[in-house]
Design a protein around this ligand. Sequence first.
Ligand SMILES: [Fe+2]
Length: 356
Amino acid sequence: MGAKTCLLVVDPEVAKLGISDKALESLKKRGIGTEVFTDVDPEPYLDSADKAAELGRETGADLVIGIGGGSAMDTAKAAAALVGNKGEAAQYVGLNLLPEPGLPTVMIPTTAGTGAEVTFTAVFTNRQTNAKGGINSEHMFPDCAILDPELTVSMPPNVTAATGMDALTHAIESYTSRSSTVFTEALALQAIRLIGENLRRAVFNGDNPHARESMLMGSLLAGAALADAGVGACHALAYPLGGNYRISHGLANAVLVANVMEFNLPAAQRRFAAIARSLGETMPGLSERSLAQRAVEAVRTLSRDIGIPGSLQDLGIPRSDIPTLVEGALKVARPVENNPRVLTPEDAVQIYEKTF
Ligand SMILES: [Fe+2]
């Protein structure tokens, strides 16, 4: 890519484990300058993107490499974009607000979840309002992604579980999205199959290379599907849990997804039946409706098996906050619009209630 100085945005835990050292060594061997930024919060605030961009500008970086999960990759993508544009991250939260392309980027995921290595979005929390919002722009697509399952082997079981459920949610929501296409549907169904077959094994036997590789590929395909088709109501309902209570994005989706599927089922029965088949729920003679219901149950069982908490109460969220959660969720415009069933404020209340 012709780079002379690289800015590496690395998750601090990943840096501690020495996972980024290999990348640093190989860059240095080629005589490429390196600057490392590790001030990445989980569910990052907008200012971490500004700080990373500042380091990129100061050091004259001409390439940004993101190493970590969604938080590190999103910070890297936003930092690269900000170096090519004036101002701060906050002013670009929205759709297609970046006028100029930024620096080229390379993404190296160490979780199998977000698919951020192939999406055009980077999600941040606003420190003042606690609202989560994305910088969404054509200029945010990474130029290169390196998928090495070995880098995901050290991920602990609870992180494997939560991020894996995020990837599954991407696949399910993009498959049932109103913006889906034949192309994204093919990607999503294959992602559902890979994740359904391998998430338990990746959680319970983390050094199984085949399970790790399949999860990474599943998360990639789901990311590619959501890049075109978008996500749905589960992501909208999950955002305020991250913004207001710092619940990790994967966990927030994981707790809600089966209940959101149940809500959407009557509006997309055939699609949910196809999801059930991809999850291995094939029983001859079963009606389409029963098969669709099995998709919901299969996801619920998977979630329970891998230790995802069963309710919002388990996550310590006060029930009295439902009105605030609903208000936040309905502001997440694109996922709400893509959802196969219209989501009213009353529906959102009901889904949250059920998840308590
Ligand atoms: Fe997600």
